[in-house]
Design a protein around this ligand. Sequence first.
Ligand SMILES: Cc1cc2nc3c(=O)[nH]c(=O)nc-3n(C[C@H](O)[C@H](O)[C@H](O)COP(=O)(O)OP(=O)(O)OC[C@H]3O[C@@H](n4cnc5c(N)ncnc54)[C@H](O)[C@@H]3O)c2cc1C
Length: 464
Amino acid sequence: MPTFSFIFTSILIFFSGQLRAQDTPPENHHEVVVIGGGLMGSAAAWQLARDGKEVILLEKQDHEYSQGSSKGLTRIARSNNLARDLWSYLHNRSVRETATLVNFLGNQGYATSMSAVYRTTPVSYMGRLKVADAVITSSERQKVDYKIALTPEEGAAMFGVQLPEGVFLQREFNEHSGTMNPEGLISLLHKAIKLKGGTIVYNTSVSDIQRHGNHYLIASEDQHGSERRFTASQVVSAAGPHTGPLLSELAPYMDKLITPKRVFLAFLQISPEKYHQLDDHARSQLKRAYPVINSSAGTRQGSFYSMFEYSDADGNPVIKIGGHFQRSDINNLEDVWNQKLSVEEIRWSIENTGRYLRMQGVPVNDEDLQLVDDVSCVYSLTRSEVPLVSQLVAPSGEMDSNFVVMAGMSGVGAKGAMTYGRIAANLLHQDKSENDPGYLEAVEAVGFTRLKEDVDKLHISLEK
Ligand SMILES: Cc1cc2nc3c(=O)[nH]c(=O)nc-3n(C[C@H](O)[C@H](O)[C@H](O)COP(=O)(O)OP(=O)(O)OC[C@H]3O[C@@H](n4cnc5c(N)ncnc54)[C@H](O)[C@@H]3O)c2cc1C
């Protein structure tokens, strides 16, 4: 049985011979190969195709997105971000990029609208009073339309809630803040990529990438184990939690810079009997209470985010709840998606939801909350929790300007996905013409200078 490395070396020799002999790329050569069709890879492939690049997107899942960091129908999208305007920019620019996508699809005769991606609703933030001044200052600077209650009396008068002492409740009302639909956006992006002449190959898992001269050699396998090989002038790697192993040859440091974590989600519903007993006031309080980012407990353990995933035919919402600080280490990346929630995780989800609903004036007991689904998800974190969208650091320590990695997207990537896609495309074009301060701040925060510093701090040899 020939080993994989033997086979790959043969491929390498085959490709290199072909390139030298003909001085033209082989048949399976592409201007840009994008690896991974989640939010990031899809956004990058769309931007590249829109700019006229010949793009092929390789995705290991089927055309229905079923497993990855972008799984689900909702993510919180918000313009308001404590202290750092960076996140505000990433969201607002993504909204504008989504409008361009929607217009393009409309002009191509594919009827869609912003509501296929964004659901505008008030976004609630709860926290300890000691950060309220900073929240107000950020909100003013970020031009957020908001109201804030700083005392129990203000909470009752403004929002009809029973606010505990020492806690504030802020609501944001900007257009397109609320939730965004990651799977909906991926589906629009894939449609648009194809309309622009790009190719998407599903059920194709990239197993190896090598640099050879000015090209990259990419080996992949389909679900039946059949191999396919590609060469590319440029590559975008957007493999989410799989980035470290995927880039083990080209960027061995990546595995050390980003860490995949399990995060759980519980999907709860008020029992149908109880829901029917709720009066109009309680139902309207329920509707206005979500989505929420609740840090009012003042502990990481007590912090949670929660939103409606969908509503049933009676209008009874399925409430999704999780906690960024409920994350845990992963033993096996392939199996983690099948992991059930523990009894403690379910209890944590129910208790936090029940307490929050009662505070909002929705009269339910914890026993009225039923678990309708539970999901283990994965996202990857960088040490600073700020994502990476950067050219790779080559073995020489220089910039490899033809290879862009999008990774470490953590629990905040979705709302900025369309901006990250734009940044990735600009990096490959070496286009430095954008001079909006928000854009420049984003590129600096997620880009090469930072990656190089992070790699240097690892003190590892990049040369083989
Ligand atoms: C529970 C949870 C809650 C979140 N909440 C929010 C929120 O409220 N707001 C927000 O803004 N963000 C949120 N996020 C973050 C956001 O969803 C992620 O940052 C984003 O979805 C990451 O997208 P991605 O494309 O990097 O990764 P993925 O979606 O994982 O995409 C990677 C893709 O690459 C494919 N792939 C992997 N390996 C290979 C290979 N070898 N060959 C080919 N294809 C491959 C995978 O199949 C997958 O489709 C949350 C994330 C989670 C998990």
